[in-house]
Design a protein around this ligand. Structure first.
Ligand SMILES: Cc1cc2nc3c(=O)[nH]c(=O)nc-3n(C[C@H](O)[C@H](O)[C@H](O)COP(=O)(O)O)c2cc1C
Length: 139
């Protein structure tokens, strides 16, 4: 199993409309490819984790990179992993722009700030720690 993480810049300010349209078109394709993962969106940036076979994740990544809805794609990591973290999600969208003030402030203090939102990390361990923090606060 392989896990790929990248960060990119949204060409237009991200909102639920944009995130839901990406997630909507991802779910069918990802389930066919047996890819799971999560997509975080602040107003200006995306951070996505893709999990699956080396070939499928590699192929999907190059499709996503070409998508005109984002640019400045930065590959954070593409590594072999023992097991999936996001097994139950073909693609789960998280609107960081929608967090309550208390949670947004706590995350900004831990991960830093970028354009008024929490900074989406470009280090693998920090990216996974941020997602784990968000999942804990969601449950
Ligand atoms: C930030 C972002 C994340 C995306 N994630 C996925 C994804 O996980 N799976 C997927 O099939 N498409 C994803 N897409 C959409 C693809 O780029 C592409 O539009 C979609 O696969 C349809 O491609 P096609 O028109 O060549 O069939 C994403 C797009 C963006 C902008």
């Amino acid at each position: 199993m392989y896990r790929l993480i990248y960060k990119s810049r949204s060409k237009t300010p991200a909102d639920w409309g944009l995130v839901n349209s990406i997630i909507g078109s991802s779910q069918e394709g990802n389930s066919e490819l047996d890819v799971s993962g999560v997509l975080l969106a602040t107003k200006s940036y995306f951070l996505q984790v893709l999990e699956g076979s080396f070939e499928k994740v590699n192929e999907l990544y190059y499709t996503i990179v070409k998508d005109p809805r984002h640019d400045r794609v930065q590959l954070i990591s593409f590594t072999c992993a023992e097991e999936r973290i996001f097994r139950s999600w073909t693609m789960h969208g998280i609107g960081v722009f929608n967090f309550n003030r208390e949670l947004a402030e706590r995350l900004r203090q831990t991960y830093g700030e970028e354009g008024g939102d929490v900074r989406l990390p470009t280090e693998e361990w920090q990216a996974l720690a941020l997602i784990a923090d968000i999942r804990r606060s969601e449950s």
